[in-house]
Design a binder for this molecule. Structure first.
Ligand SMILES: Cc1cc2nc3c(=O)[nH]c(=O)nc-3n(C[C@H](O)[C@H](O)[C@H](O)COP(=O)(O)OP(=O)(O)OC[C@H]3O[C@@H](n4cnc5c(N)ncnc54)[C@H](O)[C@@H]3O)c2cc1C
Length: 255
C-alpha cells in the first residue's frame, strides 16, 4: 500500500524517488505539475473552448493542460466533454478530445501493435533510417534552439505543447532519419501524459505510417506559432534546416 499523506511536497518527492528508483534514474527534475483531483478541477474550471479554438496552435495559446489528468483517470472523458459542450464554441476542443478517444479505441483493438508501422510510409527519404535516437537529441545538444528547448522543457516539466510535439517528431523522423519508435520511447519516458495510444499513433501520423502523408513544417511556421522565441537567439540561425519553402524541404527530404 502506497503512503498517501505527506508533511510537505519535498517529503512526497523523496518518497517517490525511493519507491521508483528506475524513474528517478532518468533525471533529477521534478515537474511542477500537481497531481490529484483538486489540481485537475482548478485547471478544468479555467477551460475556455472559445479561446482554445482561436489560439491552440500557439505555444502561448489557451490550451487546457488536462492530458495528465485524463491519462491517469483523475478526470474522465465524459466530464470534460460535457464541460466543453456547456460553453460557447466547443467544437474544436471536443474534436481534440475525440482524437484521444479514437487513438484509445485503436489501441484497444491492436494493443502492442501500436509499436509496429500500421502502413507503409507514403514517402521514402533518401538516406536509410536508423533505430537509435542520436545522442545529441536527448542531450539537447543539436544546436537548434527550438529542438534543444523542447527537450529541456520535456525533461524538466513532463509536458510539451502539441505543436512542439509535432515539430520535434518531424525533425527526428524526417530530418534526422530516425525510426519513430525510439523517439516515441523517449517521449513516453518523460511525458506525464505519456500513453502508448496517443503517443505512438501520433508519431505514426507524423511518419505517415498511420496517415496519408508525412507531416513536415518550416521555419516560418515554427516562428509564427512560437512568436520567434527560439529563432532569435539560435546559434544555427544562419544554417537553419527548416528555413526554406515547403516545396524545397519536400524536395530535400523525400526526392
Ligand atoms: C508526437 C506526439 C506525441 C503525443 N503523445 C501524447 C501522449 O503520450 N499522451 C497524450 O495524451 N497526448 C499525446 N499527444 C497529443 C497531444 O499533443 C497532447 O494530448 C496535448 O498536447 C496535451 O496537452 P493539453 O492537455 O494542454 O492539450 P489540449 O490542446 O488542451 O487538448 C485538450 C485534450 O485533448 C486531447 N488531445 C489534444 N490534442 C490531441 C491529439 N493530437 N491527439 C490525442 N489527443 C489530443 C488531450 O487529451 C488533451 O488533454 C501527442 C501528440 C504528438 C504529435
Amino acid at each position: 500500500m502506497m503512503r498517501r499523506e505527506f508533511g510537505s511536497r519535498e517529503e512526497l518527492v523523496e518518497y517517490l524517488k525511493m519507491e521508483f528508483p528506475e524513474s528517478s534514474a532518468h533525471g533529477e527534475a521534478v515537474s511542477g505539475t500537481r497531481g490529484g483531483r483538486r489540481a485537475a478541477q482548478a485547471l478544468f474550471d479555467r477551460v475556455n473552448p472559445d479561446r482554445y479554438a482561436r489560439s491552440r496552435n500557439f505555444l502561448s495559446g489557451a490550451v487546457t493542460r488536462l492530458a495528465p489528468y485524463l491519462r491517469h483517470g483523475v478526470l474522465t472523458m465524459g466530464e470534460v466533454r460535457r464541460g466543453a459542450l456547456g460553453q460557447p464554441n466547443p467544437e474544436k476542443l471536443v474534436q481534440e478530445y475525440a482524437w484521444r478517444d479514437y487513438w484509445r479505441r485503436v489501441y484497444g483493438q491492436i494493443g502492442e501493435g501500436v509499436w509496429e508501422d500500421r502502413e507503409e510510409p507514403k514517402r521514402q527519404g533518401r538516406a536509410a533510417q536508423q533505430w537509435e535516437l542520436p545522442a545529441d537529441v536527448p542531450a539537447a545538444e543539436t544546436g537548434l534552439a527550438c529542438m534543444d528547448g523542447f527537450v529541456t522543457e520535456l525533461k524538466s516539466t513532463g509536458y510539451l505543447h502539441n505543436h512542439a510535439r509535432m515539430w520535434f517528431a518531424a525533425y527526428v523522423i524526417h530530418w534526422r532519419r530516425v525510426r519513430w519508435q525510439s523517439a516515441a520511447r523517449f517521449f513516453l519516458t518523460h511525458l506525464l501524459d505519456g500513453d502508448p495510444a496517443s503517443n505512438n499513433l501520433s508519431f505514426q501520423w507524423v511518419a505517415s505510417t498511420f496517415g496519408s502523408k508525412p507531416y513536415i513544417f518550416n521555419r516560418e511556421n515554427l516562428e509564427k506559432y512560437t512568436a520567434g522565441e527560439y529563432c532569435l537567439g539560435c546559434g544555427r540561425n544562419q544554417d537553419c534546416p527548416f528555413g526554406k519553402s515547403y516545396e524545397a524541404i519536400d524536395q530535400e527530404l523525400f526526392r
